[in-house]
Design a protein around this ligand. Structure first.
Ligand code: BYC
Length: 313
């Protein structure tokens, strides 16, 4: 068996060549742990992310809007599935991962701890939240771990439909009555800064970024992605005739990007510690859903056992 420094050297050389690392390949223990943390948090975000939007399925303003929203929320359940499966290839189990979510040990995206008060929030989530998610996930298609990268390729295709679904709602409202436009503006006002937090803390305060970039898990930093998101979104807001709630937003010719106000990072840390407006509601809903699904898991396990016995007989 080769010794660890030798294996590490080979591993680094493969990263250098942009090779994918696959489940049965040797990898440093901390690389494996880093990936389990990030991929599982991502999976949790997908399934917790179903809750704020699920809140509006029964109240969607038309049959078409209801069908589109249902499809979107269902896709998110599928994204959770791909990601949990990718995490399992690293030697953890679905039960362990879900337990960490249900007991509040694992994080999920801060954004899903805010409430969806009006239909315009469904538009703002699709436009801004999915827009931010895509910005981050496009880079993750080139992440160094094969199963995560392949999950991301598929997820990104579906996310672009989600972003358009949201922008379509924002178009309808912004070009509708004065009251509808006001609803759209109100949603933008409430979702703007929480969306900016999705990219994570500023690079100088991000404990995981440097190593993630070295391992080619992340290809761009939190600040780089946040800047790209702002630059892309300003024009979309202008088209809608809506105002981004930031007085400092200004084109900076030297950096060829916008200057903008940072979100309130104390609010971010408070939310990820469990004290956001909906943290308790979200965890309670996930725990209840897991409990309600117990008979399905038991039935599936019994069926699998019977099938195995039949094959063996
Ligand atoms: N919320 O060192 P850092 C979606 C944590 S979209 C909560 O920069 P990293 C969806 C971070 O975990 C959202 N926690 O970390 C969209 C770390 O704590 P731990 C999901 C956050 O990992 C629509 C600490 O803060 N997308 O799914 O280098 C509908 C320090 O941060 C957040 C992904 O998960 C946050 N916003 O960078 C439905 C993408 N930001 O773990 C669903 C994959 C930071 O050390 N993930 N933290 O205790 C990533 O790209 C990276 O993990 C992050 C953070 C950019 C999120």
């Amino acid at each position: 068996m080769s010794n660890t420094p030798e294996l590490e050297k080979k591993f680094d050389a493969r990263l250098e060549q942009n090779d994918f690392i696959e489940p049965k390949d040797w990898m440093p223990e901390n690389y494996r742990k880093h990936l389990i943390r990030q991929i599982s948090q991502h999976a949790h975000s997908e399934i917790v992310g179903m809750l704020p939007e699920g809140n509006w399925i029964t109240r969607a303003p038309s049959l078409r809007a209801k069908m589109v929203l249902l499809a979107k929320v269902q896709d998110e359940g599928g994204h959770g599935l791909y990601l949990y499966t990718a995490a399992e290839t690293l030697g953890t189990s679905r039960d362990e991962l879900l337990d960490a979510l249900h007991t509040g040990k694992a994080k999920y995206s801060s954004i899903f701890n805010y409430p969806t008060l009006t239909w315009a929030d469904i538009g703002a989530i699709g436009w801004l939240v999915d827009g931010a998610a895509i910005m981050n996930q496009v880079m993750l298609q080139r992440t160094s771990y094969g199963p995560y990268s392949r999950a991301m390729v598929r997820i990104c295709k579906e996310e672009s439909f989600h972003q358009r679904q949201g922008y379509e709602i924002m178009c309808r409202l912004s070009f509708g009555t004065a009251e509808q436009k006001e609803m759209a503006q109100d949603a933008l006002n409430r979702w703007w800064f929480p969306t900016m937090m999705m990219f994570g803390p500023p690079d100088k305060d991000s404990p995981n970024s440097e190593q993630a970039i070295k391992w080619r898990i992340k290809r761009e930093t939190n600040d780089e992605l946040r800047q790209k998101f702002v630059d892309r979104t300003v024009e979309q807001a202008e088209y809608l005739g809506l105002t981004i709630p930031d007085k400092n937003l200004k084109w900076n010719e030297a950096k060829k990007g916008y200057d903008f106000t940072e979100p309130d990072w104390s609010e971010f840390y408070n939310v990820i510690k469990g004290n956001g407006p909906c943290n308790k509601e979200r965890l309670d809903a996930r725990n209840q859903a897991h409990k309600n699904g117990e008979w399905v898991r038991a039935a599936a396990a019994a069926y699998a056992k019977k099938k195995k016995e039949a094959v063996a007989a």
